[in-house]
Design a protein around this ligand. Structure first.
Ligand SMILES: Cc1cc2nc3c(=O)[nH]c(=O)nc-3n(C[C@H](O)[C@H](O)[C@H](O)COP(=O)(O)O)c2cc1C
Length: 392
């Protein structure tokens, strides 16, 4: 196929990025000017550090050849002769499996100076990350790949124009690229018939937390979270109830049990004021305290904040200290108002990258859906979970 036809097929499929932001993949590919002179790169985001997300690991351990094939197709489509896989440093087994798959592809002549006899040199190299969450943010990842400290760049310019080493770069998630061979095999139009109109296809959901069968499930877009959590993952342990779930990794705003019938597509999740994110479905049952969980997540975001922009550096830490006061029974209305204010300060483009929003969304969505539980802690100095357990 001609490169432009490949990109069109991906456009027709309606595939959207599986890394978090859900950007249309074919459109992203078409931003790279294939015939412009000079090197271009494909960079694969295999950093996967979003809490509750392990689907890229699953793909890399079980079917690394799908990723290699996706990389070859993408590189050919956008005119890149060099691809990099930025892989999370802790991922030993995925690293080993992918390295083997690349060596096999090299031995078979699928990559190298003349892949499959075509005069189109292509190489894939791996770069192991250093264990920071921020390394998964695409521009921080590029800084890290270049050997610098992983901190986000301001945009524009976007990586498609100025990416790795200042060159046009296609940056895609592992699962996004692993989906491409199937699209080319079955045709974009056939793929688009799966799922919903605006969120076509299937995706891998990592279900974790208080469920009987945690694991990675491939689900067509448009199924309800009730189906995913209760049917596929077996629901919470005997005698317990789902209290809250994160539909798209810890960064996606939470949804309460009453919203289990929301569907997994991006549009339904946006209408529910959440997002599909990285597909990490984290389930918490009624033996857990939402305020304590939010505090724990804010500790994570505060620790992982790279410190480059002020709202995130100061805001996440401020939130942690406010939660500490509330959980030490030193809270009042002031702390509740402070949390809301800090949350607002972290969102809506006030930070350099999405890490800021993530902390803000945890605060905002838990406050929105579990206000009473916050008031129990901050105003009445008691824990709602204690009441649930006493009534059990
Ligand atoms: C703090 C932060 C961490 C991220 N971590 C990852 C990650 O581990 N893997 C990933 O694919 N995308 C991650 N993303 C999203 C990427 O910035 C980017 O949107 C994605 O890799 C693009 O690929 P896609 O279009 O195929 O989804 C992260 C974003 C933020 C803000």
């Amino acid at each position: 196929m001609a490169p432009a036809d490949i990109t069109n097929e991906v456009k027709t499929s309606g595939l959207r990025g599986r890394g978090g932001a859900g950007f249309a993949t074919g459109i992203k590919w078409s931003f790279i000017k294939r015939d412009a002179p000079g090197p271009k790169y494909v960079v694969v985001n295999a950093d996967e550090s979003e809490p509750g997300t392990a689907k890229d690991r699953y793909i890399l351990e079980n079917s690394p050849h799908m990723v290699v094939e996706g990389i070859l197709i993408a590189a050919y489509a956008v005119g890149a002769n060099q691809a990099w896989v930025y892989i999370r440093g802790e991922y030993d087994e995925p690293y080993r499996m992918l390295t083997e798959a690349i060596e096999e592809a090299r031995a078979k002549g699928y990559i190298g100076p003349k892949p499959m006899g075509k005069d189109y040199p292509l190489d894939i190299r791996l770069y192991r990350g250093h264990g920071a969450y921020i390394c998964g943010e695409e521009t921080a990842l590029l800084e890290s790949l270049e050997g610098k400290r992983a901190q986000p760049r301001s945009r524009p310019p976007f990586p498609a124009v100025k990416g790795a080493w200042g060159r046009p770069t296609l940056l895609n998630n592992v699962e996004t690229l692993a989906t491409v061979p199937a699209i080319i095999n079955m045709g974009g139009a056939a793929y688009a018939k799966l799922g919903t109109d605006k969120s076509p296809g299937t995706r891998l959901l990592t279900v974790s937390g208080n469920v009987r069968k945690p694991g990675v499930y491939e689900v067509e877009f448009g199924k309800t979270f009730r189906h995913v959590i209760m049917d596929l993952a077996g629901g919470p342990p005997e005698g317990r109830k789902v209290k809250v779930f994160w539909p798209g990794g810890s960064s996606a705003p939470v949804l309460p049990e009453s919203m289990l019938d929301v569907t997994t597509d991006a549009e339904a999740l946006a209408a529910a004021r959440s997002m599909a994110g990285s597909g990490g479905v984290i389930v918490m049952d009624d033996t857990h305290c939402v305020v304590k969980a939010a505090h724990r997540l804010l500790q994570f975001y505060a620790y992982e904040s790279c410190g480059k922009c002020t709202p995130c550096r100061i805001g996440q830490d401020w939130a942690v200290r406010t939660y500490e006061r509330i959980l030490a029974n030193e809270g009042s209305q002031i702390e509740l108002d402070t949390l809301q204010r800090v949350s607002d300060g972290l969102q809506n483009g006030r930070c350099l990258c999405g890490l800021g929003d993530s902390g803000g969304w945890v605060i905002d969505s838990t406050l929105r859906h579990f206000r009473e539980e916050y008031e129990d802690h901050a105003l009445r100095h008691e824990c709602n979970v204690g009441k649930v357990m006493a009534n059990a």
